[in-house]
Write a protein that binds this ligand. Structure first.
Ligand code: ATP
Length: 691
């Protein structure tokens, strides 16, 4: 693959030790002017430096009563979401999968041992065998004799269900009516046509003069962005309560995006904010919102702020941060997302909370079906991950929400890959938005090392073996692995389980309860790997993710940046490893072009290592099939039981059901899919016209 080799600066062998990233990163920087240094360091590092440099002193004039507060670092907290989860439908599904994996492994071991030793005390082995294998799997890996599975890799590998799963049908069993999760999950699977076209437009970076002129006319003048940035929160004249909230979160100094946008947000101006992943955009919009709300008229309760997020998990996280920041104020927040019970949300909305944090599908459900809930009093609208919200999947929902908000309002848009495409933004009826771009657009976090592993076109089925080799040998903990489809993520969880690796899964085929359970398991290190679709690509802030692996390269560069942005956050270091096939060359080039050379590496997995892992993966392929079949059968039985229960409920509560007001849904899945098709056609037509 000569062309690819030219792009790489340094090649590391898979047998090399992975260097300690923290060590690399902590070397003192002896560079350039103060502003650059300020930008180059992430928040955590700056806050460490501030102790020694004492640069807070100049603005520190009043006692803000924050000294006695112990900072509570931001962690994903699901307590509130858990309390209002919908009634569980499949309470034990995740744990029962783990039990199935364990049972199949035990049976396989038993069979192997019986073959080897003839007769054996099976009970004894049942108890001890499992643990022994688990601890061996990491340390004694290279000494292990190849398993006694047949060596005919080419035949066996094509049987590998995990690879086949890439193109397989989805396991759609949830049938959730709210649209946010399905649109999210769908987009990771079925958008390939429009995505690849979008990818090609990604690379066309030359914007012509006319377009530039349109942008100049649309956005506020550069002079609107203050040049002197406040170096501390104190210099922003924030209220004591907000300062206390910041201190509680351990935020001592603003990150660059916060320093730039908080003063603009406080002035009530529209903002289009872009800064790298993990750079503190959430507080950049929450702080001015909370500060402004402190001065709201207290005699009339009203919902004044709406924050839209593309996924439920992101909304939960935003609600977590908002609740902590507002902890010393009387400002109320309400979480309004799919997967949680409707009734408590309806009750909360009737109280008119100051801030509603929502996913679009559930918000529209309330707009249509919850009496007296509307968006008439919205004064500030925020769209987190705004470029995602402006994509096709959300178009209809967004139009309905924007139309329901008053025209006169402040609108703030944020994303690590913020678009400045006027045609897209125009729909949001912004008023002379101030454009704030902190880092070069399309750049990854500074502490991120990006590695690429080549996958030969003729050996695409090697991906599973490559992944297993990487994870067993090097990336043993705090690792999130991205897949293009829900089925692929699910099946790889099974493969990993059978190989003795602790993994959880996160995708749109799980119930909300299962999604939270997986995140908790990963957050608390009860599992080492999270098998995810693009549902987890944006915004999620799980402290301590060391590694992101892309099992397949996404087809949009923005999506790649979001995925790899789950590590190296807040000034920390991290590593992303992407398996690249020939078809991914364009994306690879973009990654190389947009990163410093010393941050890009090629990883080579030696042939003999790959061969060994092929055998291992082949050896469990039968067991994967067994488990998949068991799960399918169980699901069918459960669905049948649910249908019976539903029918008997309808008979039992006929009158009550008939008298209930009918809920109207925003879109049926058929309507959604129709809308997607139309958008895709429109997109292609536009592409054609612009050629
Ligand atoms: N001023 C600050 N000081 C210290 N840490 C901060 C500060 N602001 C934010 N952080 C921390 O930085 C991390 C990233 O913040 P946040 O999730 O807001 O990033 P983001 O820019 O929205 O990322 P993404 O683009 O991935 O959504 C969080 O763990 C947060 O607690």
């Amino acid at each position: 693959m000569p062309a690819m080799d030219d792009d790489f600066v340094m090649t590391i062998s898979d047998t090399d030790e992975v260097p300690d990233l923290e060590e690399d990163i902590s070397k003192p920087e002896t560079t350039i002017d103060k502003r650059q240094a300020h930008n180059a360091q992430g928040p955590s590092k700056r806050s460490r430096n501030s102790d020694t440099e004492g640069d807070m002193a100049s603005g520190f004039t009043i006692d803000l009563e924050t000294d006695g507060l112990d900072a509570v670092p931001q962690t994903l907290d699901f307590t509130l979401a858990r309390a209002s989860l919908k009634k569980r439908r499949n309470p034990g599904l995740l744990s029962s999968l783990d039990e199935k994996i364990a049972a199949v492994r035990r049976a396989a071991k038993l069979e192997k041992k019986t073959k080897q030793n003839g007769t054996e005390d099976t009970d004894k082995m049942d108890e001890s065998g499992e643990e022994e294998e688990d601890s061996m799997s990491v340390t004694a890996e290279d000494q292990e004799a190849p398993s006694d599975a047949e060596d005919d890799e080419s035949d066996k590998a094509s049987d590998n269900p995990a690879v086949q799963a890439e193109g397989a049908e989805s396991l759609d069993s949830e049938g959730e009516a709210d649209s946010d999760s399905s649109s999210e999950a769908d987009s990771s699977e079925s958008d390939s046509e429009s995505e690849s076209e979008a990818a090609s437009s990604d690379s066309e970076s030359e914007v012509d003069e006319a377009e530039e002129a349109r942008k100049r006319a649309y956005f506020a003048a550069e002079s609107e962005v203050p040049e002197d940035l406040p170096e501390s929160f104190t210099l922003m004249n924030l209220s004591r309560q907000i300062m206390k909230g910041l201190t509680k979160l351990g935020f001592t100094q603003p990150t660059p995006i916060q320093a730039k946008t908080i003063p603009i947000g406080l002035l009530g101006k529209d903002v289009c904010g872009g800064a790298q992943t993990g750079s503190g955009k959430t507080a950049a919009f929450l702080v001015p919102i909370l500060e402004r709300l402190l001065y709201r008229p207290k005699d009339k309760t009203a919902t004044r702020v709406l924050i839209l997020c593309p996924t439920r998990e992101l909304a939960i996280q935003c609600h977590n941060v908002g609740t902590k920041l507002a902890g010393f104020t009387d400002i109320s927040l309400c979480l309004c997302i799919g997967g949680l019970s409707l009734k408590p949300q309806e009750r909360e909305l009737r109280e008119r909370p100051d801030i509603v944090i929502a996913t679009p599908g559930r918000l529209i459900d309330h707009l249509r079906n919850s009496q007296s809930f509307n968006l008439d009093s919205i004064e500030i609208l925020v769209m987190d991950e705004a470029d995602r919200m402006l994509e096709d999947g959300f178009e209809d929902e967004l139009t309905e929400i924007i139309n329901a908000c008053p025209k006169k309002r402040q609108t703030m848009l944020f994303s690590a890959t913020m678009t400045d495409n006027v045609d897209k933004l125009i729909r949001l009826s912004l008023h002379k938005p101030v454009r704030v771009q902190i880092d070069p657009p399309k750049s990854a976090a500074k502490g991120l090392i990006q590695e690429f592993v080549r996958v030969r076109t003729s050996r695409d089925e090697d991906r599973t073996a490559l992944l297993a080799a990487l994870c067993k040998r090097h990336f043993r903990r705090r690792c999130i692995i991205f897949f293009r489809s829900k089925v692929a993520a699910h099946q790889m969880k099974i493969v990993f389980g059978l190989l003795g690796l602790r993994a959880a899964e996160l995708h749109g085929n799980l119930s909300q309860d299962q999604r939270l359970q997986s995140l908790e398991q990963f957050r608390d290190s009860h599992v080492d790997y999270l098998m995810a679709t693009d549902l987890a690509a944006r915004g999620l802030d799980i402290v301590g993710i060391d590694t992101v692996i892309n099992y397949t390269m996404p087809t949009q560069f923005a999506q790649y940046l979001h995925r790899v942005g789950r590590t190296a956050r807040a000034g920390r270091s991290g590593r992303a490893i992407t398996l690249v096939g020939e078809a991914d060359r364009k994306m690879l080039k973009m990654a190389v072009k947009n990163s410093p050379k010393d941050k890009i590496k090629q990883r080579v997995v030696p042939a003999e290592v790959l061969q060994k892992y092929r055998r291992k993966v082949d050896a469990v392929s039968e067991q994967v099939n067994t488990i998949v079949t068991q799960l399918r059968e169980e699901r069918m039985i459960k669905e049948a039981e649910m249908q019976v229960a539903k029918a008997s409920n309808i008979i039992k509560h006929k009158n009550e059901i008939q008298n209930r007001p009918r809920r109207t849904w925003f879109q049926t899945s058929a309507a959604r899919s129709e809308s997607k098709k139309t958008m895709s056609k429109k997109f292609k037509a536009e592409q054609g016209n612009s050629k």
